[in-house]
Design a protein around this ligand. Structure first.
Ligand SMILES: [Zn+2]
Length: 172
Protein backbone atom coordinates (compact mmCIF):
# COMPACT_ATOMS: atom_id res chain seq x y z
CA UNK A 1 0.00 0.00 0.00
CA UNK A 2 1.23 3.43 -0.84
CA UNK A 3 1.92 5.63 2.12
CA UNK A 4 0.60 8.75 0.41
CA UNK A 5 -3.05 7.94 1.03
CA UNK A 6 -4.55 10.97 2.72
CA UNK A 7 -8.19 10.21 3.39
CA UNK A 8 -10.84 12.70 4.39
CA UNK A 9 -11.01 14.70 7.60
CA UNK A 10 -13.13 12.21 9.53
CA UNK A 11 -10.97 9.35 8.34
CA UNK A 12 -7.87 11.07 9.65
CA UNK A 13 -9.60 11.79 12.95
CA UNK A 14 -10.56 8.13 13.37
CA UNK A 15 -6.99 7.02 12.83
CA UNK A 16 -5.66 9.72 15.13
CA UNK A 17 -8.11 8.75 17.86
CA UNK A 18 -7.03 5.10 17.77
CA UNK A 19 -3.37 6.05 17.78
CA UNK A 20 -3.88 8.13 20.92
CA UNK A 21 -5.26 4.94 22.51
CA UNK A 22 -2.11 3.20 21.25
CA UNK A 23 -4.15 0.93 19.02
CA UNK A 24 -1.66 0.12 16.30
CA UNK A 25 -2.37 -3.43 15.13
CA UNK A 26 -5.57 -4.98 13.81
CA UNK A 27 -5.51 -7.31 16.82
CA UNK A 28 -5.49 -4.25 19.11
CA UNK A 29 -8.93 -3.40 17.76
CA UNK A 30 -10.83 -5.54 20.20
CA UNK A 31 -13.88 -4.61 22.22
CA UNK A 32 -12.44 -5.46 25.64
CA UNK A 33 -9.31 -3.44 25.12
CA UNK A 34 -11.22 -0.37 23.89
CA UNK A 35 -13.95 -0.26 26.52
CA UNK A 36 -11.30 -0.62 29.22
CA UNK A 37 -9.20 2.19 27.76
CA UNK A 38 -12.24 4.42 27.33
CA UNK A 39 -13.60 3.65 30.77
CA UNK A 40 -16.90 2.47 29.36
CA UNK A 41 -19.13 -0.22 30.72
CA UNK A 42 -19.93 -2.92 28.22
CA UNK A 43 -22.36 -5.79 28.09
CA UNK A 44 -24.26 -8.03 25.74
CA UNK A 45 -28.00 -7.47 25.54
CA UNK A 46 -31.01 -7.67 23.27
CA UNK A 47 -30.10 -4.64 21.21
CA UNK A 48 -27.10 -2.45 20.48
CA UNK A 49 -27.18 0.91 22.19
CA UNK A 50 -25.20 3.63 23.87
CA UNK A 51 -26.49 4.89 27.19
CA UNK A 52 -25.22 7.75 29.32
CA UNK A 53 -26.33 8.56 32.85
CA UNK A 54 -24.29 11.37 34.32
CA UNK A 55 -20.70 10.10 34.22
CA UNK A 56 -21.73 6.53 33.60
CA UNK A 57 -21.45 5.33 30.02
CA UNK A 58 -22.64 1.98 28.82
CA UNK A 59 -22.44 0.28 25.45
CA UNK A 60 -24.74 -2.66 24.95
CA UNK A 61 -24.33 -4.95 21.99
CA UNK A 62 -26.92 -7.29 20.56
CA UNK A 63 -25.89 -10.78 21.63
CA UNK A 64 -27.78 -12.38 18.75
CA UNK A 65 -25.42 -10.90 16.19
CA UNK A 66 -22.32 -12.69 14.87
CA UNK A 67 -18.96 -11.80 16.48
CA UNK A 68 -18.04 -9.71 13.42
CA UNK A 69 -21.33 -7.82 13.53
CA UNK A 70 -20.92 -7.29 17.25
CA UNK A 71 -17.46 -5.86 16.73
CA UNK A 72 -18.67 -3.41 14.11
CA UNK A 73 -21.75 -2.39 16.10
CA UNK A 74 -19.48 -1.74 19.04
CA UNK A 75 -17.41 0.63 16.90
CA UNK A 76 -20.62 2.38 15.87
CA UNK A 77 -21.70 2.94 19.48
CA UNK A 78 -18.14 3.95 20.34
CA UNK A 79 -18.40 6.65 17.67
CA UNK A 80 -21.45 8.14 19.42
CA UNK A 81 -19.40 8.18 22.59
CA UNK A 82 -16.41 9.75 20.87
CA UNK A 83 -18.49 12.63 19.53
CA UNK A 84 -20.48 13.04 22.76
CA UNK A 85 -23.68 12.83 20.77
CA UNK A 86 -25.70 12.44 23.97
CA UNK A 87 -24.83 16.00 25.01
CA UNK A 88 -27.05 17.48 22.35
CA UNK A 89 -30.66 17.85 23.32
CA UNK A 90 -32.13 17.41 19.90
CA UNK A 91 -31.14 14.24 18.18
CA UNK A 92 -29.77 15.13 14.84
CA UNK A 93 -29.95 12.99 11.73
CA UNK A 94 -26.35 13.87 11.10
CA UNK A 95 -25.29 12.06 14.28
CA UNK A 96 -26.27 8.73 12.84
CA UNK A 97 -24.52 9.49 9.61
CA UNK A 98 -21.43 10.72 11.41
CA UNK A 99 -21.30 7.58 13.57
CA UNK A 100 -21.79 5.38 10.49
CA UNK A 101 -18.89 6.97 8.66
CA UNK A 102 -16.64 7.18 11.69
CA UNK A 103 -17.17 3.52 12.61
CA UNK A 104 -16.24 2.52 9.08
CA UNK A 105 -13.00 4.46 9.40
CA UNK A 106 -12.32 3.02 12.86
CA UNK A 107 -12.94 -0.49 11.56
CA UNK A 108 -10.14 -0.21 9.00
CA UNK A 109 -8.08 2.81 10.00
CA UNK A 110 -5.56 4.47 7.70
CA UNK A 111 -2.55 3.63 9.86
CA UNK A 112 -3.30 -0.09 9.43
CA UNK A 113 -3.38 -0.11 5.64
CA UNK A 114 0.15 -1.48 5.82
CA UNK A 115 -1.30 -4.81 6.97
CA UNK A 116 -3.56 -5.12 3.93
CA UNK A 117 -2.50 -6.71 0.68
CA UNK A 118 -4.49 -4.50 -1.69
CA UNK A 119 -3.34 -6.62 -4.61
CA UNK A 120 -4.99 -9.76 -3.26
CA UNK A 121 -7.73 -11.46 -5.29
CA UNK A 122 -9.39 -12.27 -2.00
CA UNK A 123 -9.27 -8.76 -0.63
CA UNK A 124 -12.78 -8.44 0.84
CA UNK A 125 -12.56 -11.75 2.70
CA UNK A 126 -9.06 -10.97 3.98
CA UNK A 127 -10.03 -7.53 5.25
CA UNK A 128 -13.15 -9.00 6.83
CA UNK A 129 -11.07 -11.60 8.71
CA UNK A 130 -8.15 -9.38 9.59
CA UNK A 131 -10.32 -6.62 11.03
CA UNK A 132 -13.08 -8.86 12.36
CA UNK A 133 -15.87 -7.10 10.43
CA UNK A 134 -18.69 -8.44 8.23
CA UNK A 135 -17.81 -8.82 4.57
CA UNK A 136 -20.31 -6.18 3.46
CA UNK A 137 -18.64 -3.70 5.78
CA UNK A 138 -15.19 -4.64 4.47
CA UNK A 139 -16.50 -4.16 0.94
CA UNK A 140 -18.00 -0.79 1.81
CA UNK A 141 -14.76 0.40 3.39
CA UNK A 142 -12.64 -0.78 0.47
CA UNK A 143 -14.97 0.87 -1.99
CA UNK A 144 -14.63 4.03 0.00
CA UNK A 145 -10.81 3.80 -0.01
CA UNK A 146 -10.75 3.27 -3.77
CA UNK A 147 -13.08 6.22 -4.28
CA UNK A 148 -10.82 8.45 -2.20
CA UNK A 149 -7.80 7.26 -4.14
CA UNK A 150 -9.51 8.33 -7.32
CA UNK A 151 -10.39 11.61 -5.76
CA UNK A 152 -6.81 12.30 -4.78
CA UNK A 153 -5.61 10.85 -8.03
CA UNK A 154 -3.49 8.27 -6.27
CA UNK A 155 -3.16 4.88 -7.90
CA UNK A 156 -1.94 1.97 -5.90
CA UNK A 157 -2.62 -0.94 -8.18
CA UNK A 158 -2.39 -1.43 -11.88
CA UNK A 159 -6.08 -2.29 -11.99
CA UNK A 160 -6.78 0.96 -10.28
CA UNK A 161 -4.70 2.80 -12.84
CA UNK A 162 -6.73 1.40 -15.67
CA UNK A 163 -10.01 2.33 -14.01
CA UNK A 164 -8.84 5.83 -13.19
CA UNK A 165 -7.47 6.39 -16.66
CA UNK A 166 -10.77 5.36 -18.09
CA UNK A 167 -12.48 7.83 -15.82
CA UNK A 168 -10.22 10.68 -16.85
CA UNK A 169 -10.99 9.78 -20.43
CA UNK A 170 -14.59 10.74 -19.72
CA UNK A 171 -13.46 13.94 -18.18
CA UNK A 172 -13.86 13.06 -14.50
ZN1 LIG B 1 -26.20 5.06 16.03
Amino acid sequence: MRTDYIGNYLEQKASQYLRTLNIRLPSDLNIERIFTLENLDYRLGNASSYIVVNEYRLITINKQKTPKQQHFEFLHELSHNHFDHHKYLARCDNFEQEACHFSLYLAVPIHMFQFINFESDNLVQEVSDLFNIPEEIAYQRLQNIFDNCNYYNIFFTRKKNIRSNRRSYYGN
